[in-house]
Design a protein around this ligand. Structure first.
Ligand code: M6R
Length: 615
């Protein structure tokens, strides 16, 4: 949550425009306020306010910031509402030190009291503002800039990715990281950059250095030095990671919104993820085969990918996999984590704090444990706290609502499941090949669906009652699709939905159904289909407005439905486990057009940020 960016250069370039472009690319991390600082003639120039980046730019003109150094920030409010005063950068009493920060300084109340007693005055309600004041205090005590930052950080508990500039030392930016993501990169001899995420740097360099916890870097124009904060600021050497994402992938490329573009990128993301190395998949498969206990943990959309994936893997593994939402992982497993356990942790960003905390805690309390991560971000925190990782190949996902990353997560889990089926000889080779063929045909199924259904989905949305609440119901593996499809509508179109088991809905939720109540049934032709027919009838009998998702040649449930969305998928058993991938684009599109219908920006859902780095 929150995006930070910094630039220092010896080139004749407009740093204000560059920083503006960069925070636009990070806007998905938070979009309630933003700000920038540059140093001109040894004075800090600060422009900041609450609101969306483009609105603020129109008022304040970020491109008027000149000089050779700038820091920028886009905020998702935690401490203090989105106001101008609470926007970053924050400064000290002298107005010479400026800080942008992503994370939370947990002991800020106590530190603030201490600083106030020493005569400091504060302008904001944020936790961040204590940092420039602490640095100011340490400079007064005689430390130099670098030491003062380190001494200040020693007093801070919590998480930070921060970037600091000091008017009296305009030739360097100091950055440091603990638990919040931070990368740096440079054009040698010319310009150095720091940012919360890769898309902000992609246009300048493909070789990024990913800071680890308790590392600091000093950025000079085209030159970067790294230090270990915990080891007396010892200088360290780091190797860059090469990023092979397309620059275009982080641009809208003619689409009105990233969400729509990213739905359209699903076939390509799936094709690339199908090429995940066989060794990586096999390693995961073997670890699961050997494990005595298996848990799968994640948040939000990644958790729903877990639900689908655990279902597929269990079929071939023959062992129970317990899914636990990451935020409850420790609560549920305290005293119960046994030896020879495998935990699969899924996170598109690789930075979700509750997922990271779950696996770190598990490693601490049980040594005989293996953590397997699935993430879209190379070098992300989850990869560092896991024993092995699979990187999905979705490319950058900028829309706050996860779309293409979801399908690649489910696909990775499906590949592991089929590998297990092969290793355990649960399927005859011919059968196994047919499952693989089905999996490989999914990108095309989605392509055909997207090509032929945009208008009909728009029309469905236009004819839906504007203020309705919804049920998304399904059985078996499709419960994951119901929950994920429902989450999309909730997030981007602000509709209240309940994603539920169609069978279980009789035990309470059905009492809400009245004439016209919209119920979306996910009805692929799998083992649950026949019983789902009964459930559709129950809801129809009570006046429910039935919208069903079925395959092309469906006859029964489509007959009973008021509206049908058809997925061009063969109805053979070889697709039975893969409908979470083939059916979800329809629901993502439904949510997308519903957001537009409500005049909402689907890329920036209310109150949300793409990466949740607070508990
Ligand atoms: O980066 P992660 O996959 O760990 O994120 C988990 C959730 O925060 C995320 O899926 C969230 O629910 C999205 N807004 C879903 O669209």
């Amino acid at each position: 949550m929150c995006g930070i960016f910094g630039i220092i250069t010896n080139q004749d370039i407009n740093i204000g425009s560059i920083a503006l472009e960069a925070i636009r690319k990070l806007e998905y991390r938070g979009y309630d306020s933003c700000g920038m600082v540059s140093i001109e003639n040894t004075d800090l120039q600060i422009l900041k306010d609450s609101g969306k980046i483009d609105e603020i730019h129109e008022k304040l003109h970020f491109d008027t910031l000149n000089g050779s150094i700038a820091l920028a920030h886009t905020r998702w409010a935690t401490h203090g509402p989105p106001t101008k005063d609470n926007s970053h950068p924050h400064t000290d009493c002298t107005g010479e030190i400026a800080v942008v920060h992503n994370g939370i300084i947990e002991n800020f109340i106590e530190l603030k009291k201490e600083l106030i007693s020493k005569g400091h005055s504060f302008k904001s309600e944020t936790d961040t503002e204590i940092v420039p004041h602490l640095i100011e205090e340490k400079l007064k005590e005689g430390y130099d800039f670098k030491e003062a930052v380190v001494e200040a950080l020693k007093k801070c508990e919590g998480a930070y990715a921060l970037s600091v500039c000091y008017a009296k030392e305009p030739n360097s930016i100091i950055v440091a990281r603990k638990e919040s993501p931070l990368i740096v990169g440079m054009e040698e001899g010319k310009t150095s950059y720091c940012a919360s995420d890769i898309p902000a740097l992609l246009q300048y360099t493909r070789n990024c250095f990913i800071l680890e916890d308790n590392e600091m870097a000093i950025l000079k124009a085209g030159e970067i030095e790294f230090f270990d904060i915990e080891n007396s600021l010892k200088k360290i050497t780091k190797q860059p990671k090469h990023i092979n994402w397309d620059i275009d992938a982080a641009e809208k490329n003619g689409y009105e919104h990233f969400m729509l573009k990213e739905i359209f990128e699903e076939p390509d993301a799936l094709r690339k993820t199908l090429k995940t190395s066989d060794e990586e998949i096999e390693l995961f498969a073997r670890k699961l085969i050997k494990a005595d206990h298996i848990y799968i943990t994640a948040a939000g959309t990644s958790f729903y990918a877990s639900l689908a994936g655990k279902y597929i893997i269990t079929r071939f593994l023959g062992k129970y996999i317990q899914e636990i939402e990451c935020s409850e992982f420790q609560n549920k497993l305290t005293g119960a984590l046994e030896k020879n356990t495998v935990i699969i942790a899924i996170s598109q960003s690789g930075e979700t704090v509750d997922t990271i905390e779950a696996i770190r805690w598990a490693k601490e309390v049980q040594k005989d444990i293996t953590i397997l991560a699935i993430t879209n971000i190379i070098g992300s925190s989850i990869t560092r706290y896991s024993d092995h990782s699979i990187i999905t190949r979705a490319g950058p996902e900028i829309g706050v609502a996860a779309t293409k990353t979801y399908v690649t997560q489910v696909l990775s889990l499906a590949l592991i499941a089929l590998k297990i089926a092969g290793l355990r000889k649960k399927l005859a080779p011919v059968e196994l090949d047919k499952y693989y063929d089905a999996l490989k045909s999914i990108p095309e199924i989605i392509e055909i669906f997207l090509k032929n259904n945009l208008e009909s989905i728009k029309e469905i949305v236009q004819n839906l009652e504007k203020n309705a609440n919804y049920f998304f119901l399904a059985r078996g593996i499709s419960i994951a699709t119901a929950k994920e499809g429902g989450l999309k509508l909730k997030e981007v179109a602000c509709r209240f939905i309940e994603g539920y088991s169609a069978a279980h809905a009789k035990h309470g939720p059905i009492s809400l159904v009245r004439e016209g109540f919209p119920i979306i049934f996910i009805a692929p032709p799998d083992k649950s289909y026949e019983r789902l027919v009964g459930n559709v009838m129950e809801f129809k009998a009570r006046g429910g407005h039935i919208i069903s998702l079925v395959v092309d040649n469906d006859e029964t449930i489509s007959e009973m439905s008021d509206i049908t969305i058809r997925i061009p998928q063969p109805s053979t058993k070889y697709y039975q486990y893969f409908s979470p991938i083939t059916f979800i684009p329809a629901l993502q599109l439904l949510a997308y057009y519903a957001a537009l219908d409500h005049n909402l920006d689907p890329d920036k859902p209310l109150n949300l940020a793409k990466t949740v780095t607070v508990h």
